[in-house]
Design a protein around this ligand. Structure first.
Ligand SMILES: Nc1nc2c(ncn2[C@@H]2O[C@H](COP(=O)(O)OP(=O)(O)OP(=O)(O)O)[C@@H](O)[C@H]2O)c(=O)[nH]1
Length: 743
């Protein structure tokens, strides 16, 4: 009906109609067909030529993605879809399926309100289906389901229709189990998917068709006609042409998106209170709840893309309220600076078009601004130009910590500045990657979620940014903790004029998991608690602390807590900040081998301070407190934890024996084995130390037919017989004394 208008005009017109916008993502286990689906949706919505879809893989930006056949870097695309006589703007953020890139998924879900969960008909629900759906639900993203690759049921497996229906029903039940488990309480029922109400569609992204109950009812087209085409068509090309005429994928899937996924106006009402902890009655709170284009502008950056040739940075951001205009000055709340937005764009298909302004509810591309980080909150200044006094959006949390580190250096030392610049850029795109300079050795250390993650980073440095590098073997990151409790232990300052008394205890497991969850959700702050408030006290009390203890909590750092339990000590206020610094230093570098600590409760119970401030400076206080914490930890019984990955290995059943042997040889344990006709799913637990190179070994042990996925990551104590060896290795590497009890 509006075809005379150009696509760009249609996109621009829709940007001002938040009820007609859908910000969505496609989430799925690796290789379940997201990219193929995205291409076909784009093609259907007239953004790509139909011929290319499925082959061109337009969302594959990076060469190595093609090489590895995985989508690593999510891209943003937009399309226009007509539904019941009206236009809708669909902004789609592609998300990677491989869990080593889980950080990408987490960031992408922040920008979207709804998700199409893609499940492979044959594979069924796989580990990443669960991980990504969990992440989406945690951020209040509503799901609908698309069951893909149904063509295989018809052609390859030749299943009769009743078997196909049974299998579809099984997948729906499985997805609903996950929704029951992970959806927020108030949406557990409302968000269940159902074939009857049209929140489930199924089809073939490869052949470009889909069906849903509403579509079947509206058109009278059913599974019979589709099966008929498969049975009579000469080749895949003919199948595509004929199914396109009766049940084009984009129409069925995008109808489902428009009909069942929320507009920004609807979604922001319940998402803003969860993702932003400011005052909902302030002008910012009100404007965001309503996605009000006339309120103050607030936007959140969910991704930064760096062009490898021009090195220009483009930030993808979601506008939550107000109107972002080209050339406007804004505050970056985390970076704490004011910048001018040089260029603002939106997507038309995969192309960026420059625009003058974007209203609340839209996804935009900002270029020409340095220092924009993923997670940054952008706010319009107060009328007098000052920084608005509102909290930033909650930091974007990642479920897995980096556990593998490599030292990296340029082949040619003159490339060092270039390497540092490149690492900064890559880290901007991928904040799950950690880059540090080792204080002692001066080495550059990069840490990631596994050796595959780091391999991809190395590939980008060499091929995209053309810096030749040398890297060390991967090093595993351990954690230090204690078995029991100890103290008060005395720590004396070097001048012997100040004394601090410290107790240390292991955090009970239940408390640890609850604390971790609260940190992930952003309900408790990380770092020094600058201003204690009722909200923090309430959350601490729900962890089991008394009101008084809660009020005395000073720092929550790396999943450890510090409390000041002293009473009436004169001058304590002048040194407490240094005491907190000392606590954080030990949590960064524990006494066993300078690895980070977890799960500790550290309390300052008493102190004797010299009355003259000259004698109680940082040089006196910090070493005294550090020593007291380390000695107390030693008395409480030191424990070294190693990261352990729970993995799922997918192999033909003939290889169960080989894989079991492989896992046993790597200090692993088999947790579960499920066999189906032509595959076995082996769930196992393997220390990360033994996972290095696992992919290649698995491949050769299974003639290339085995793959594995990361399901979970936990820490477990290193076995007694390995403790000395591992501690020695780490200390040697770090140049620490080998024979000392503690370092
Ligand atoms: N038979 C069949 N194969 C499909 C279908 N959809 C996708 N595929 C194939 O499945 C493989 C993975 O498809 P992709 O679209 O790359 O999957 P993806 O989920 O984007 O994969 P990653 O980006 O690697 O996570 C490719 O070989 C596709 O050709 C389908 O409907 N039927």
């Amino acid at each position: 009906m509006v075809s005379e208008k150009t696509m760009a005009e249609r996109v621009l017109a829709l940007m001002g109609r938040p009820n007609n916008i859908r910000n969505i993502g496609i989430i799925a286990h690796i290789h379940h067909g997201k990219t193929t689906l995205t291409d076909n949706l784009l093609a259907g919505a007239g953004m790509l030529s139909e011929e290319l879809a499925g082959d061109a893989m337009f969302t594959w930006w990076h060469e190595q993605e093609r090489e590895r056949e995985m989508t690593i870097y999510g891209a943003a695309v937009s399309m226009v879809h007509e539904y019941e006589g009206d236009d809708y703007l669909i902004n789609l953020i592609d998300t990677p399926g491989h869990v080593e890139f889980g950080g990408e998924v987490t960031r992408a879900v922040r920008a979207i309100d709804g998700a199409v969960v893609v499940v492979d008909f044959v594979d069924g629900i796989m580990p990443q289906t669960e991980t990504v759906l969990k992440q989406a639900l945690r951020e209040y993203v509503k799901p609908v389901l698309f069951i893909n690759k149904v063509d295989r049921a018809i052609k390859e497996l030749q299943l009769p229709p009743n078997k196909i229906m049974e299998r579809l029903a099984e997948i729906v039940v499985g997805v609903n189990d996950l929704i029951e488990r992970y959806a927020p309480e108030e949406f557990k029922d409302k968000w269940k998917v159902s074939v009857q109400n049209g929140t489930v569609a199924f089809g073939s992204a490869l052949h470009n068709w889909a069906l849903s109950v509403p579509y079947m009812q509206k058109t009278g087209i059913g599974f019979k006609q589709i099966a008929e085409i498969y049975n009579t068509a000469a080749d895949a090309k003919e199948i595509r042409r004929r199914v396109w005429e009766i049940a084009p994928l984009y129409r069925v899937v995008l109808d489902m998106v428009v009909r069942h996924l929320p507009s920004p106006k609807e979604a922001q009402k319940y998402r803003v209170p969860k993702l932003w902890h400011g005052d909902l009655n302030s002008k910012y709170g009100k404007a965001m709840l309503e996605a009000d284009p006339n309120g103050p502008a607030v936007a959140v950056v969910t991704k930064v893309i760096v062009d490898k040739t021009s090195k220009q940075e483009t930030a993808i951001a979601r506008v939550w309220s107000g109107t972002i205009r080209r050339g406007m000055e804004v505050w970056l709340l985390n970076a704490n600076k004011k910048v001018r937005l040089q260029q603002v764009g939106v997507f038309k298909g995969i192309q960026k078009i420059q625009i003058e302004e974007a209203k609340a509810g839209n996804i935009i591309a900002i270029s020409g601004v340095r220092d924009l980080q993923s997670g940054e909150t952008i706010v319009e200044p107060e009328p007098d130009g000052s920084k608005p006094n509102i909290p930033p959006f909650e930091a974007i949390k990642h479920i897995f910590d980096p556990v593998v580190t490599k030292a990296i250096e340029p082949k040619d030392p003159r490339d060092l500045p270039k390497l540092i610049e490149v690492l900064k850029l890559i880290q901007k795109e991928d904040p799950t990657l950690k880059v540090e300079i080792d204080q002692e050795s001066g080495q550059i250390l990069i840490s990631g979620l596994g050796d595959l993650h780091l391999e991809i980073v190395e590939y980008r440095i060499k091929n995209d940014f053309k810096v030749d590098i040398i890297t060390s073997n991967p090093i595993v990151v351990y954690r230090e903790s204690v078995k029991g409790q100890a103290g008060p232990v005395e720590g004396k300052s070097p001048n012997k004029l100040n004394k601090f008394y410290i107790t240390v205890e292991k955090m009970p497991d239940e408390l640890y998991w609850k604390l971790r969850e609260k940190l992930l959700k952003g309900e408790l702050p990380e770092g020094k608690i600058k201003k204690m408030n009722e909200d923090i006290i309430k959350h601490l009390m729900s962890l089991g602390f008394t009101r008084e203890e809660a009020q005395r909590c000073k720092v929550i750092y790396r999943e450890n807590m510090f409390f000041d339990m002293t009473r009436g000590i004169i001058h304590i206020g002048e040194v407490i900040d240094m005491v907190m610094d000392a606590f954080m230093q030990v949590m960064d570098h524990g006494p066993i081998a300078w690895e980070p600590c977890i799960g500790l409760i550290v309390k300052l119970t008493d102190a004797q301070l010299h009355e003259d401030a000259i004698h109680r400076g940082p040089g006196q206080v910090i070493p005294a407190v550090r020593e007291a914490i380390k000695l107390a930890m030693k008395d409480a019984g030191l424990v070294l934890y190693e990261p352990v990955q729970v993995i799922l290995v997918d192999v033909p059943p003939d290889y169960i024996g080989d894989v079991t042997a492989l896992i046993n040889s790597r200090r692993g344990a088999i947790l579960d084995i499920q066999t189906e006709e032509d595959r076995a799913l082996i769930k196992a637990k393997v220390p990360v130390r033994e996972m290095i190179g696992f992919t290649d070994t698995l491949r050769s042990a299974t003639s290339g037919r085995g793959v594995w996925y990361l399901v979970d990551q936990v820490y477990e104590p290193v076995p007694r017989e390995l403790f000395d060896q591992i501690v020695r290795e780490i200390r040697q590497r770090k140049g620490l004394p080998l024979d000392a009890d503690i370092v």
